[in-house]
Design a protein around this ligand. Structure first.
Ligand code: FAD
Length: 518
């Protein structure tokens, strides 16, 4: 009578109730499979970090006395498919029961539920456990929003604050701490070098042997596997140390510089005061509740200002849970959306970082180097450019899904296709997140040494963001003109004469025709 319990690569939570008792009749199964390395082209560091963490998790379970079957990428018995391996393992262990934790990706959810259905018909006892990770149910956002056209994150966030009693006044339980729900307006400072950005506090790991195994197994990746010295956490202990370092060293300034960009003049700080916790959260080494509690505790003990704690908590209690709700409410189908019919292929420099636009060079370059870019780089630099240029929404989605260390479809797709590319037609974003060079210049120092001129709209030296910005609104006027949040843009367009509009369209066409050499 053996039960197999499957642990997926993003289910590395040692605190899960599964592990409270050690049972001889239970075998925990982890597998490194080509199915998971190959569903898109991944950054080498992402494959390495996940495999290394899975191996460490298996070690931890064995040390705690559990039975573990780890199917390594180069294991001769590895059939490289989740369900083909499960078939073999059920046979091998003569298993009578199988359990898995609910997957966060629709792709795996569908695959496992089909497989379980077929196995149940053959007499295997199957069950699905909760991951015990998120603070909302898969369908909580759908229930809250019903059939509203726009799903406003702010509404969901307030619901979550009240429901989980986070940053609420002690003596007025329905009132937010500080009398305000949101300090977003205080969180928009540019950064010019002070306060100093903290040094990287994360651990180092030597993944060379694991990398050799991965390469020898024929897994295709991009990006430098060791450029960051293997610094993504291996396990919960390391992730907890990273959380502590973040709360002490960076959270006090997180709010102020949350939207800032750092270029050449300010030392190209690639993460500024951001936490770098998304990988640990998404593979479930860390629980969102404990990360939120750490930030809230730091506020209550006077170590961080309210605006910083609130700004950070909003990302996790608000955005992270909200995008998951959007994903499950709109899958399947969401990942195929392309509401603006954008179809241009990605320029070659998305794979090299070799582009003359300083902000893009930094954001794409560090994505390739660290498998990481912070939120504003993802949204207002790379995403902004992709949307203005009209890059293929699905190609953009696949690039984001592959390049970032924290990219799992449930969180990546709503952010990329919804928030960034407006490909869902406005479920998440009430207007497209786009800007000309003026915004980028305000939020950072990239424009200073750039080959392009931030104030020019036309000509070889003009910043491409400018003509592309106006052309985007001209091209999509039918869809966007009536949007009250963009009214000002169309007022300015209406003041332009036909020749000005023509010149913008021609300039934008010129940029689009030579994207590879920008
Ligand atoms: P911090 O800035 O320190 O924020 C703290 C935490 O809040 C993050 O670790 C993350 O868990 C959460 N968070 C912040 N913003 C969001 C958000 N919009 N949605 C969900 N969670 C959020 N996040 C991912 O985890 N995986 C992705 O694949 C991903 N793709 C993105 C694609 C685009 C186009 C955009 C605009 C954003 C994307 N994000 C994604 C959200 C966000 O950019 C990252 O979570 C963040 O940059 C991770 O770095 P950090 O841990 O230093 O975050």
């Amino acid at each position: 009578m053996t039960t197999l319990r499957l642990i997926l690569g993003d289910q590395l939570n040692p605190e899960h109730s599964w592990y409270r008792t050690v049972r001889d009749d239970t075998v925990y199964v982890l597998m490194e499979i080509r199915q998971e390395t190959d569903y898109t082209l991944h950054h080498a560091q992402k494959v390495l970090a996940i495999f290394a963490a899975m191996r460490d998790f298996a070690r931890h379970l064995r040390e705690a006395g559990h039975r573990v079957r780890f199917v390594a990428i180069d294991d001769p018995s590895n059939r490289q498919s989740l369900t083909a391996n499960l078939d073999a393992l059920v046979q091998h262990y003569q298993a009578t029961a199988f359990a898995h934790q609910a997957p966060d990706e629709h792709r795996l959810d569908a695959q496992l539920s089909d497989w379980c259905q077929a196995q149940a018909a053959r007499g295997l006892q199957v069950s699905v456990a909760d991951t015990e990770h998120f603070l909302s149910a898969r369908d909580e956002a759908a229930r809250l929003f019903g059939d509203s056209r726009h799903w406003l994150m702010e509404r969901f966030y307030r619901h979550m604050r009240q429901h989980h009693r986070v940053l609420m006044q002690a003596d007025a339980p329905r009132q937010p701490e500080g009398g305000q729900w949101n300090f977003d307006h205080d969180n928009r400072k540019a950064w010019s070098g002070t306060p100093a950005a903290p040094a990287d506090w994360r651990h180092h790991h030597d993944h060379r042997a694991l990398w050799a195994t991965i390469e020898a197994s024929g897994v295709r990746t991009f990006g430098d596997p060791q450029a960051d010295d293997g610094r993504w956490p291996l396990n919960r202990q390391e992730a907890l140390a990273d959380l502590e370092a973040f709360v002490t060293q960076a959270l006090p300034h997180f709010g102020d510089y949350q939207d800032a960009l750092s270029g050449e003049a300010s030392g190209r700080q690639w993460r500024l005061f951001h936490s770098l916790l998304s990988f640990a959260l998404n593979v479930k080494m860390l629980q969102p509740a404990e990360v939120i509690a750490a930030a809230e505790g730091a506020f209550h003990s006077g170590r961080v200002p309210l605006a910083a704690a609130e700004g950070f908590i909003r990302q996790i209690l608000g955005w992270r849970e909200y995008v998951r709700g959007v994903y499950w409410a709109h899958m399947p189908g969401y990942t195929e959306r392309n509401a603006l019919s954008h179809h241009l292929p990605l320029p070659a420099w998305f794979w090299t970082g070799e582009v003359k636009m300083a902000c893009m060079r930094q954001a794409v370059g560090q994505s390739l180097q660290h498998a990481y870019a912070h939120h504003i780089q993802r949204l207002m630099v790379i995403g902004n450019f992709a949307l203005l240029a009209g890059l293929d929404a699905q190609a953009v989605h696949q690039w984001y899904l592959g390049v970032y260390i924290d990219a799992f479809e449930w969180v990546e797709a709503p952010n990329t296709l919804g928030m960034s590319q407006f490909a869902d037609g406005g479920v998440i974003a009430t207007k497209p997140y786009v800007s000309s060079a003026a915004y980028l210049d305000r939020m950072g120092d990239h424009c200073k040494g750039c080959a392009y001129q931030r104030k020019e709209r036309l000509g070889e030296r003009a910043c491409p963001f400018n003509a592309l910005y106006w052309d985007f609104h001209l091209r999509h006027a039918e869809l966007l003109r009536r949007n009250p949040r963009i009214g000002m843009v169309y007022k300015q367009i209406d003041k332009m004469d036909a020749a000005q509009r023509e010149a913008i369209a021609t300039q934008a066409d010129t940029w689009r025709a030579r994207l590879d050499t920008l």
